[in-house]
Design a protein around this ligand. Structure first.
Ligand SMILES: [Zn+2]
Ligand SMILES: [Zn+2]
Length: 275
């Protein structure tokens, strides 16, 4: 059995539709798939229908952006009840925060000589969660830059006109929303935040106190010693262990569906919480 418990579709910033994502997961041998789009559960219905056709198990998921000690931290919610009112409220709050930020980015780009950026980004996002990648695509489409990387370098990245900080909710409120929905809160890709060991321990202490239950011990292809370190920390904090690719785009081998080493045998796999 292969569990991939962290993936994105074009309902947020992934490339594949939920249906295409499920098909690719099955082709790559994944037996249990969680779709964890940023701040939305829009893709789950069609993913579920396709998972039934493909004969794989779909786990309802979401990935929330939160703030902890001034940093952006991602918390994945697994096995959530999407009809839960507290979860729906949390999603609405996130989307409003994203919209406010997008409007500010649009205003700043306008001042920097890019007209209609908000409208353009909205059009490119369709029903997906609006984010900086859509502004980047608009800048490429209109010929202001030649590619996505250049869009971030010149307009959207750190210190540039479109670099507007998110005002995300705090981690405890997002953990509470996931728990209300009967789900399992997981700290996503802990190595990505570049925290010192002390800071990571602080984060996990507060996360646990807020009701957090698991740590993503394996995130895509990572070094063996990193996996061992994270497995040890999960054990220290008595957290369950999760694993996932954080798949967004095909043909990036380090973030490919089902393509990572299994959890170390010392870990308590997170799926025990719902089996
Ligand atoms: Zn993330
Ligand atoms: Zn992710």
């Amino acid at each position: 059995m292969i569990y991939d418990l962290h993936t994105h579709s074009n309902a947020s910033d992934g490339i594949l539709s939920p249906v295409a994502l499920v098909m690719r997961a099955r082709q790559r041998g994944v037996t249990h798939l969680a779709l964890t789009d940023h701040d939305t559960v829009q893709g789950l219905q069609s993913a579920r229908e396709q998972a039934e056709i493909e004969g794989i198990t779909l786990i309802n998921g979401i990935e929330f952006s939160c703030l902890w000690a001034g940093r952006g931290i991602h918390v994945v919610g697994l096995n959530v009840d999407v009809s839960c009112a507290a979860l729906c409220n949390a999603i609405t709050t996130q989307l409003e925060a994203r919209d406010a930020r997008a409007e500010e980015i649009g205003r700043r780009l306008e001042k920097a000589g890019i007209p209609q950026a908000l409208e353009g980004a909205r059009r490119l996002a369709c029903d997906a969660v609006l984010g900086r990648p859509h502004f980047a695509r608009y800048l490429v489409e209109k010929g202001f830059v030649s590619n996505i990387n250049a869009a971030f370098k010149q307009y959207l990245g750190a210190g540039k006109p479109g670099d507007i900080k998110h005002r995300w909710p705090d981690i405890a409120s997002m953990v509470a929303a996931i728990r209300s929905a009967g789900g399992v809160p997981v700290i996503a890709h802990p190595a990505k935040y570049e925290l010192t060991r002390t800071k990571l321990r602080e984060l996990l202490g507060e996360f646990k106190e807020a009701g957090g239950l698991a740590l993503e011990v394996v995130s895509g292809q990572q070094a063996k010693n990193e996996t061992e370190n994270l497995a040890a920390i999960a054990a220290q904090f008595d957290l369950y262990a999760s694993c996932g690719s954080d798949f967004h785009v095909p043909d990036q081998p380090w973030q490919e569906l089902g393509s990572f080493t299994p959890l170390p045998p010392t870990c308590r796999p997170v799926w025990r919480l719902w089996h």
